[in-house]
Design a protein around this ligand. Structure first.
Ligand code: MG
Ligand code: ZN
Length: 183
């Protein structure tokens, strides 16, 4: 598990967990492998600004198996991460911390979503009350990770997809819509 923390501000108050690819930026079937392939959704930058104004801390929880699949090198990964953090700041948002799993499914780690390892690590590091904290993702594996960790699953689907969403899961068609309902 790779853990990055901004350390710029005390980590107390309210939190939200966000998936990265498909939530902040366009996902791609062949993985987002470098900063040129990282394209923000405009509503996501607005959502991050909205969260910042309300002092809600943002923690990214993201599977990045392209690392151990050998499809992305570490330098490109960290460049992409730095680019994301800076662009969010430029848009008056803030990312407080990011947790990444570099493993492939066959490595059977405890951090790859739907396992709750990254959410639990974040919760213990920052004393986050999981039962009151939402995890916003775009896949059912995000919903499962949220449930496995004991936080509130929220799904964002920007295009209508025919996935069977469990009845109790709230679904929104943009990140901005999703975060506006958090408070
Ligand atoms: Mg995703
Ligand atoms: Zn892992």
């Amino acid at each position: 598990m790779i853990i990055w923390v901004s350390l710029a501000e005390p980590m107390s108050g309210r939190f939200v967990f966000l998936d990265r690819d498909g939530i902040l930026n366009r996902d791609r079937p062949d993985y987002v492998k470098n900063r040129d392939e990282f394209i923000f959704y405009a509503d996501a930058l607005e959502a991050l600004r909205w969260l910042r104004r309300r002092s809600i801390h943002v923690v990214i929880i993201s599977n990045q198996s392209a690392l151990h699949r050998g499809l992305m090198d570490w330098q490109a990964f960290f460049q992409l991460h730095g680019h994301m953090v800076r662009e969010v700041q430029r848009a008056e948002g803030w990312i407080d911390a990011a947790f990444y799993c570099p493993h492939r499914p066959d490595e059977k780690c405890s951090c790859r979503k739907p396992a709750p390892g990254m959410i639990r690590a974040a919760a213990s590091l920052f004393s986050i009350p999981l039962a009151e904290t939402a995890f916003i993702g775009d896949k059912l594996s995000d919903v499962a990770a949220a449930e496995n960790a004991g936080c509130l699953p929220v799904l964002v689907q920007r295009t209508s997809q025919s996935v069977d969403v469990p009845e109790h899961v709230r679904v929104y068609n943009s990140l901005l819509d999703a975060v506006r309902t958090l408070v």
